[in-house]
Design a protein around this ligand. Structure first.
Ligand code: APR
Length: 244
C-alpha cells in the first residue's frame, strides 16, 4: 500500500479576503494598510509605520490602536468556504499535513483546522514584554492593561511578528517542507520572506507545487501549476478532488 501524501499548505491574506478582511497588497500597489484613526477617519499607513518594532518604540499608541481595530473587526468576520474546505481536509487527511498561515486572523481555527501554525503571530494573543508570557486577548491594548500572567501594567504588545522579527515555528515548517510530497500556496502575493521561499524549499526536496490565487503571484514561475480565481471557489474544488 502506498502511503498518503504529506501536504504543506501556505495561506496568505487572500484566503480571508472573501470574509471581508482586506489584503495587504493589491495588484500594482505597494504596502499600504487602511485603518480608522481615533477621529473615525480612514487613513492609510505604509506598513513601516505600524508593522515594525521601531514603529512601536516610536509611537506605541498608533500601533496599538491599529491592531486594536483589526482585532475588533475580527469579531464581525466569519470563515469562508476556503477555510472550511481546508478544515475538512485537515480532519480527513491520513497523511501528514500542516497549514502554515501568514494571517493573524483566527478564521482557520474557527473553521476547525487544528494542524495549523501562525507563522506571523495572532491578533487574539498578547505578548507580555515583562514576563515573556502569551495570553489569549480579545479586547484593546491601547490603554495599557495589566498582564493576566504577571500583573505588569502597560507591558503587553500585539503578539504579531513584525518586519525585522523572526517568524514563529520555522524549524517545524522546515521539517514539514522537507517531508512534503505536495506544497500548496493559497492567496499570497509571494512578496514577503521567508514564506515566499517555501515553494523553492519544497521543490528542492521533491514536492509537487500548486498555487491557488486570484492573480499570478511574484513566485508563480516556481510552481508546477497555478490556478487563478477566488479562494472560496478554487480551494473547495481542489479539496473535493483530493478527497474524492
Ligand atoms: N482569493 C484568492 N486570492 C486572493 C483573493 C481571493 N479572493 N483576493 C486577493 N487574493 C490574492 C491577491 O491577488 C494577492 O496575490 O491574495 C494575495 C494577497 O497578497 P498580500 O496582500 O501581499 O498578502 P500576503 O501575501 O498574505 O502578505 C504576506 O506580508 O505585510 C506582510 O506579514 C504580512 O503576512 C503578511 C505578509
Amino acid at each position: 500500500m502506498t502511503r498518503p501524501m504529506n501536504i504543506v499548505i501556505l495561506t496568505g491574506s487572500g484566503i480571508s479576503a472573501e470574509s471581508g478582511i482586506p489584503t495587504f497588497r493589491t495588484s500594482g500597489a505597494t504596502t499600504f494598510w487602511d485603518y480608522i484613526d481615533s477621529g473615525g477617519v480612514r487613513r492609510s499607513h505604509p506598513v513601516e509605520e505600524v508593522c515594525t518594532p521601531e514603529a512601536f518604540a516610536r509611537d506605541p499608541a498608533l500601533v496599538q490602536h491599529f491592531y486594536d481595530q483589526r482585532r475588533a473587526a475580527l469579531a464581525a468576520a466569519e470563515p469562508n468556504a476556503a477555510h472550511h474546505a481546508l478544515a475538512r481536509l485537515d480532519s480527513a487527511w491520513a497523511g501528514e499535513l500542516l497549514i502554515v498561515t501568514q494571517n493573524v486572523d483566527d478564521l482557520h481555527e474557527r473553521a476547525g483546522a487544528t494542524r495549523l501554525l501562525h507563522m506571523h503571530g495572532a491578533l487574539r494573543s498578547a505578548w507580555c514584554l515583562a514576563c515573556d508570557g502569551r495570553s489569549a486577548w480579545d479586547g484593546p491594548l491601547e490603554q495599557g492593561p495589566s498582564c493576566p500572567a504577571c500583573g505588569a501594567a502597560g507591558a503587553l504588545r500585539p503578539d504579531i511578528v513584525w518586519f525585522g522579527e523572526i517568524p514563529y515555528g520555522m524549524e517545524r515548517i522546515d521539517r514539514a517542507l522537507e517531508r512534503a510530497d505536495l506544497f500548496v500556496s493559497i492567496g499570497t502575493s509571494g512578496a514577503v520572506y521567508p514564506a515566499a521561499g517555501f515553494v523553492r524549499t519544497a521543490r528542492y526536496h521533491g514536492a509537487a507545487t500548486l498555487e491557488l490565487n486570484l492573480e499570478p503571484s511574484g513566485g508563480s514561475i516556481f510552481f508546477d501549476e497555478t490556478r487563478l480565481g477566488p479562494a472560496g471557489q478554487l480551494v473547495p474544488e481542489w479539496v473535493d478532488a483530493l478527497l474524492g
